[in-house]
Structure formats: structure tokens, C-alpha cells
Design a binder for this molecule. Structure first.
Ligand code: SF4
Length: 353
């Protein structure tokens, strides 16, 4: 089995065991995972008691047999043990992803979280309800945590996402304030911001001027039927708005400093997904292809009983998109910051993208 095939398998089936000190139980994006290094690269893998994969020391076992792949669990970072002067644990303000990415959700609530509107794979407010984070991260709190994470744990980039606010900018302006505050104390730390298309395209320049180095504007699916079914709230933002925001973001941030998530396994046509990804690449937008991850606490699992995507489809789509990315000379590792630069939630980097 090739490394890409194994990487696809463990992205879907996960690994057994509780030996990954850095993990997320819920939140924005693909969560409920353990963070490890595979061949020096970060990987965020589901932790599942029914997986045929397990760890013995640093060796990956399949049904108990060594398959010759080294996996190194990432240790708990030192900054998790600190707290702000007003008593908030740094761990509730930002988390370590992979070995070197600091990640935060600056506003942990979303106007689209009502059951009729919520993205069915999202659990952004579950970590808030569980008390493992705070609702709004202040710019000065983030600056304090970022400085400590760089100094104590060698963090090399920061990813800032946000729940969508009711304001016209959909939360982008608070991101800009947070970026400005972090850059004032750690100017060398590259930052990716993630948001919906802000109502006014000029906000994209505001984010860049605040110091953001890269931007993710995440559509999740290019198929309007899939969007309406899985993301009824976000689907009210038309694709034309996404396209305008991506084009403006490429103008402002540059080619391959703009990305979007594309989830595999929502019932989309794989050929359409691959051709849509190729169009994004032509625009200079990196399509971050990620398997849909069924998580407890989401509507997808609790109501729809959805399951993970077919492994062959995931491998096929990932390989095709990676080839397009290579052809265009757009590698995730060339992004200054962000999920594509990190790569842990996708198999694309293992496939050469
Ligand atoms: S790809 Fe993005 S969400 Fe996944 S671990 Fe890396 S920074 Fe976090």
C-alpha cells in the first residue's frame, strides 16, 4: 500500500488509543482529532476506538502488524499551562494544531447556528458549551497568547477563524483587529484569516492592511444542491459572492495565498468536484480538499447518521487535485500561513499538492 493510500485510510478510519496529547474534541472545522507527525509533517487524525490502526511507540500498526510508517504524537505545548491576568487559561484562547500552528476561533458563536441554518458538519458552539473555550477572544488576549506560543513552543504560524456575525462584514472586522494586535507583538508570525465573503469587498484590503498574510474563504462545496442540503444558512450567500470575494482576495493577497475548503463526502459528483477545483486553481485559489468527518454533536451524525466518505473516492479526488496543483505550481507549502500551509487535515500534501 502506498503512503498516500495509508494516509487516506487513517484520515478516514483514524487511529485507536489516547496517546495524542494534542487533540480537539469539537469546534470549527474538522475536529475530534489527535495531532501527530508523519514523516515530519503534521496530521490531524480521528481518534476512534474501532480503528484497525493503532500505535506501538512511534510505529503505526494495522491489525497489530507493523506497516513501516513512523507516527509521532505531538506533545502538550508549554503555553497551555499559562493564564491571563484575569484568569483565562491560554488553552481556552488558542490551540496548538499540528506541531507549529496556533489556531483560534475569535468568535465562537455563529448567527447560522440555529438548527434550520447550521452547517450540518459543524460543532462550533459545542466547545463553548463544554467550557473549553470562551465566546469572544479579545485582540489583547490573542496577542498575549501568540507571543507566548512563539517564545515557548516555537509556533510558526497563526490561523484565525470566526463564527459568522450578524454585521455586514460577517465578522471580518474583528479578525482585522485581532491581526493588528498580534502583529504588534510578534510581527514575524504569519497569519491566515478565515471568514465568509465580507459584504463589502474593501474589507479584504482591510484584513491585508492589518497584517494578514493569507486568507481562507471557505465554501465547502461548489454544488448548490449540496450547499442547500448541508449548509442551509451559508447557502444563502450565492456562489457569485464567493467568486467575487476569491477574485478580490487573489488581487489583494496574491496567487496561492487564498484558499477554500472543499469537503469530500457530501454527496457531490467527484468529477464535478475535481473540475471545480481546477477552475479555482486557475483563479489562483488553493482548493483544500478534506474528507467530511462525521462528528458526534453535529446534526450530520446525531440527526442524519451520515458516515465518512468512500476511501477510493477520497484518494481519487485528492490525487487529481494534487496533480492540478503541481501542474500550476501552487503548493500548499508555498502559502505563507493557513490550513493549506499546515496540511494536517488533508491528504493533499502527501499526494504532492
Ligand atoms: S489544516 Fe487547518 S484546521 Fe487542520 S490542523 Fe492545520 S491549521 Fe488546524
Amino acid at each position: 500500500m502506498s503512503d498516500v493510500s495509508t494516509r487516506v485510510d487513517i484520515a478516514l478510519l483514524g487511529i485507536r488509543g489516547g496517546s495524542t496529547p494534542v487533540h480537539r474534541r469539537s469546534g470549527a472545522g474538522p475536529s475530534d482529532d489527535g495531532h501527530v507527525l508523519i514523516g515530519g509533517f503534521g496530521a490531524a487524525l480521528p481518534i476512534r476506538s474501532d480503528s484497525p490502526y493503532s500505535l506501538a511507540g512511534n510505529k503505526l500498526l494495522l491489525d497489530g502488524a507493523d506497516i513501516g510508517m513512523e507516527i509521532e504524537p505531538i506533545g502538550r505545548p508549554k503555553f497551555y499551562d499559562l493564564q491571563t491576568a484575569d484568569g483565562v487559561s491560554y488553552e481556552k484562547i488558542a490551540k496548538l494544531h499540528g506541531s507549529n500552528v496556533l489556531a483560534t476561533t475569535v468568535v465562537q458563536t455563529c448567527i447560522r447556528y440555529g438548527e434550520d441554518e447550521r452547517c450540518r458538519f459543524c460543532s462550533i458552539e459545542a466547545s463553548l458549551a463544554a467550557g473549553s473555550t470562551i465566546a469572544v477572544k479579545r485582540p489583547d488576549q490573542l496577542a498575549e497568547v501568540a507571543e507566548a506560543a512563539v517564545r515557548l513552543d516555537g509556533v510558526t504560524q497563526l490561523v484565525m477563524t470566526t463564527g459568522t456575525s450578524a454585521a455586514k462584514d460577517r465578522g471580518a472586522r474583528h479578525l482585522a483587529r485581532c491581526v493588528r494586535a498580534v502583529k504588534a507583538v510578534v510581527p514575524q508570525l504569519p497569519i491566515q484569516v478565515q471568514c465568509e465573503p465580507p459584504g463589502d469587498l474593501a474589507t479584504i484590503s482591510e484584513l491585508r492592511e492589518a497584517g494578514a498574510d493569507a486568507i481562507g474563504i471557505h465554501v465547502e462545496s461548489l454544488d448548490d444542491d449540496v450547499r442547500r442540503q448541508w449548509m442551509p444558512g451559508k447557502a444563502t450567500v450565492p456562489m457569485s459572492e464567493y467568486r467575487a470575494a476569491w477574485a478580490e482576495a487573489v488581487r489583494v493577497f496574491g496567487r496561492n495565498q487564498v484558499s477554500t475548503y472543499l469537503l469530500v463526502g457530501l454527496g457531490e459528483d467527484p468529477d464535478e468536484l475535481a473540475s471545480g477545483a481546477a477552475e479555482l486553481i486557475d483563479m489562483g485559489v488553493y482548493p483544500f480538499v478534506v474528507p467530511f468527518r462525521p462528528l458526534g454533536g453535529t446534526l450530520a451524525v446525531d440527526v442524519d447518521h451520515a458516515s465518512a466518505p468512500n476511501r477510493d473516492v477520497l484518494e481519487d479526488v485528492t490525487r487529481r487535485v494534487a496533480k492540478e496543483l503541481q501542474h500550476a505550481g501552487m503548493l500548499g507549502s508555498d502559502q505563507r500561513a493557513g490550513c493549506a500551509a499546515c496540511g494536517a487535515c488533508s491528504v493533499l500534501s502527501s499526494a504532492g499538492g
